[in-house]
Design a protein around this ligand. Structure first.
Ligand code: RB5
Length: 144
């Protein structure tokens, strides 16, 4: 899969580790930055990734900050985005199965690397459930 990835300063270290993890799994990772732990503003990076997903230039987006919350709030401002802030593999699978999430936002300060790797495994391997969920997603996106 082609994946756009970014963080802020709080998520930088895990972003680098998750980039290597995804590449080892064979994904094509587009790193949108930053390239150091210098302080930055998460909305700038959330918007970069969300625009790539929204324009269909990548298959999925991954965003890492302290909590994942600000990244999700910002990404969801961009048309076509369904970003979910996820702290467990179970929620990652449900965000795909029920909500067809196209961006996952992760917490580097409250969730360890191994759990975030498991979250990415579930997020990238779970298909949208379609069926009864499809009409709900259509309704959701009608508010875009
Ligand atoms: C940065 O201190 C922090 O606010 C940011 O990483 C994130 O947690 C925001 O939602």
């Amino acid at each position: 899969m082609k994946i756009s990835l970014a963080s802020d300063h709080a998520g930088f270290e895990q972003k680098e580790q998750l980039k290597a993890y995804l590449a080892d799994l064979g994904h094509e990772v587009v790193d949108e930055g930053p390239d150091s732990e210098d302080r930055v503003d998460y909305p700038d990076y959330a918007a970069k990734v969300a625009r790539k997903v929204s324009e269909g230039l990548v298959d999925r987006g991954v965003l890492v900050c302290g909590t994942g919350i600000g990244m999700a709030m910002t990404a969801n401002k961009i048309k076509g985005i369904r970003a979910a802030n996820i702290v467990s593999p179970e929620f990652a699978a449900l965000s795909r199965d029920h909500n067809d999430a196209n961006i996952v936002t992760l917490s580097a300060r409250f969730v360890d690397l191994e759990t975030n790797e498991q979250i990415l495994d579930a997020f990238l391997s779970t298909d949208f459930g379609e069926g009864r969920h499809a009409d709900r997603i259509r309704k959701m996106m009608s508010y875009d």
